[in-house]
Design a protein around this ligand. Structure first.
Ligand code: MN
Length: 265
């Protein structure tokens, strides 16, 4: 394994489960043998905050004792995206080679990526022009070390390659290494969850729970959900482009006279 002092690689590590999460420190423990690691992470659980950025109140940050020795560690009273922006645009002097977010306690598959704080933190790294990884696994998975080893391997490969900007969403099945069938390059499944609303009464007022349940429909092949169901590790390359490359013709028709109609009142 390459010593980080020789590799000169610098990794920013963050998450959305907060500074005490086991997944974060399993990663830190493994990555510190291949890179100089700085942890900048939210001070509390921030799962499902998505890409939220704090613009209307000041952010606070403090250096704390790491749970893994020799890893410079800061906690942020803010979101995962806040943590990455603070780190890259303010706190860290010099070049950061890789941003890693995770290991999230909970898979981030299909449409999860739009609300995941884990993926959003990696997205911030990518938007800064830095290769970035989001790593997630099933809640309660006791094989976190596999994800950490995989991250360290990918970090070394990125350091040795000319791959510049990339964003990878990595998910691991809840399996020991000898039961994992393979590593598959996948695309996002279109649907991963069914949302429902549960209503209750607290004695004074109505309240609502938004409930998000896994969708048990058969998944299309070569998607991330399909790979995980097969017992494989899924690696999905993401991009920040949400827009269609060319608008569908029907939409052209729909929009063609809108301004004239608007002016006509
Ligand atoms: Mn989380």
């Amino acid at each position: 394994m390459i010593n980080w002092k020789e590799s000169h690689m610098r990794i920013l590590l963050t998450n959305d489960d907060g500074i005490f999460a086991e997944g974060l420190w399993t990663l830190a423990g493994e990555l510190k043998s291949v890179a100089q690691v700085t942890v900048v992470a939210p001070d509390r659980e921030q799962s499902a905050v998505g890409t939220a950025v704090t613009l209307w109140q000041p952010l606070r940050l403090r250096e704390v004792n790491p749970m893994v020795p020799e890893v410079e560690t800061y906690v942020v009273e803010g979101t995962p995206s806040d943590s990455v922006i603070l780190a890259l645009d303010g706190l860290l002097k010099g070049k950061v080679d890789l941003v890693i977010s995770g290991i999230n306690h909970g898979l981030n598959l299909g449409d999860d990526v739009y609300i995941s704080g884990t993926v959003a933190a990696a997205l911030q790294g990518y938007l800064h022009g830095i290769p970035s990884l989001a790593i997630s696994t099933a809640r309660g998975n006791s094989h976190l070390a596999i994800g950490a080893k995989l991250a360290a391997l990918i970090a070394q490969k990125i350091a040795q390659s000319s791959l510049d900007n990339l964003l990878l969403n990595i998910n691991l099945p809840n399996l020991p290494l000898d039961k994992i069938g393979g590593i598959q390059l996948t695309r996002l499944a279109t649907k991963s969850h069914i949302n429902s609303v549960e209503e209750g009464f607290d004695g004074k007022r109505k309240y609502y729970w938004l409930v998000r349940q896994g969708d048990n429909e058969p998944s299309e092949i070569e998607t991330d959900i399909w790979a995980i169901k097969q017992g494989n590790i899924s690696i999905t390359p993401l991009s920040s482009t949400l827009s269609h490359s060319s608008p569908p013709p029907l939409l052209d028709d729909l929009c063609s006279n809108l301004l004239q109609e608007l002016k006509r009142g």
